[in-house]
Design a protein around this ligand. Structure first.
Ligand SMILES: N[C@@H](CCC(=O)N[C@@H](CS)C(=O)NCC(=O)O)C(=O)O
Length: 205
């Protein structure tokens, strides 16, 4: 299987980490997003959204980081990363949908305003947008902190795909000026994730 990625992509990092932890036989393919390689006709044929990650397994092409993580888990030996019982799986999926719909848009908004705008020469952060995204960030960081108050990982005592999916966008906490202070349980959980070899080996910093 080929896994198209870029080290700065938090979404690709989720899939790369999952592949490592699941011992999935994937061959990483570097897509130079900074040079616009995601816009080539060859890449657009794989993903018309011009985004990584993309997984190619024979003639099967799969986009969307969370779908890729689940596909890898279902093709690997049974793993606590993706439990086999129906309710355990549902909880993992619940938090993967949750981060896509709630926390990630706030993180992406702050990353754009506080980090990418400057990098792309698109001017200064817009204070109204920053305030709006910070409001959403706090709303959902509070939910995550509450969830982690009584468990080591998002769905219980063991690391799952949900932890990887939620932690990856937080790799930009400093650059995006995410207002993470005050979320002690999130901080302690993040330290556990950052200690994982799969996290350290995929860090672009
Ligand atoms: N929903 C997609 C989002 C993928 C995505 O936005 N990838 C970004 C990097 S994190 C990308 O490749 N951007 C390049 C572009 O949009 O041109 C997923 O979860 O895989």
């Amino acid at each position: 299987m080929k896994l198209y990625h870029h080290p700065f992509s938090s979404n690709a990092r989720k899939a790369v980490m999952a592949a490592k932890l699941l011992n999935a036989a994937v061959e990483p393919v570097f897509v130079d997003l900074l040079k616009g390689e995601q816009m080539t006709p060859e890449f657009l044929a794989l993903n018309p959204n011009h985004a990584v990650p993309v997984l190619v397994d024979g003639d099967f092409v799969l986009t969307e980081s969370h779908a890729i993580m689940v596909y890898l888990a279902e093709g690997a030996a049974p793993s606590t990363l993706y439990p086999s019982d129906r309710q355990g799986r549902a909880q993992v999926l619940r938090w993967m949908f949750w981060v896509s719909n709630h926390l990630s848009p706030a993180v992406a908004g702050l990353n754009f305003e506080n980090n990418l705008k400057k990098l792309y020469g698109q001017g200064e952060a817009d204070p109204a947008q920053v305030a709006r995204h910070e409001r959403f960030f706090h709303q959902y960081a509070k939910v995550l902190d509450g969830q982690l108050a009584t468990r080591a990982y998002v769905t219980g005592d063991t690391l799952t795909l949900a932890d990887l999916a939620i932690a990856a966008p937080l790799m930009y906490a400093v650059a995006a000026k995410l207002p993470v202070e005050g979320y002690a349980h999130v901080k302690a959980w993040m330290a556990r994730i950052e200690a994982l070899p799969a996290w350290r080996e995929t860090s672009p910093f």
